[in-house]
Design a protein around this ligand. Structure first.
Ligand SMILES: [Cu+2]
Length: 112
């Protein structure tokens, strides 16, 4: 009986966790394609609240998106065909590069 109750609790907390899903599943407003060791477009302007999706179009190279400004962080590695997305909630300039290839540069500009 005790065991059953904790199972139920785990299920319920899982359901509560679903409220976080809509943010993760946001529809991308713009896409950045990665190919030949370049971000395309390298510079992209979007509105506050927009979600940008990076797509690795390479045949065999992995890439990441490494934000180099304050509070910067790195995405997980994207294998060919994989993508990663981020929603931008504050206006500003967000320069980035690629973790394994620092020579790759890009920037997202977020406007009001
Ligand atoms: Cu790269």
């Amino acid at each position: 009986m005790q065991r059953r109750r904790s199972f139920l609790r785990a299920c319920l907390s899982g359901v509560a966790g679903l409220s976080a899903l809509p943010a993760l599943a946001a529809t991308p407003a713009a896409e950045v394609h990665i190919r030949d060791y370049k971000f395309n477009p390298a510079s992209l302007t979007v509105k506050v609240g927009a979600t940008v999706k990076w797509i690795n179009d390479e045949k065999r190279t992995t890439h990441s998106v490494l934000f180099t400004g304050p509070g910067g962080f790195e995405s997980e590695r994207m294998f060919p065909g994989e993508s990663w997305q981020r929603t931008f909630d504050k206006p500003g300039a967000y320069p980035y590069s690629c973790g394994p290839h620092p020579e790759m540069k890009g920037e997202i500009v977020v406007t009001d």
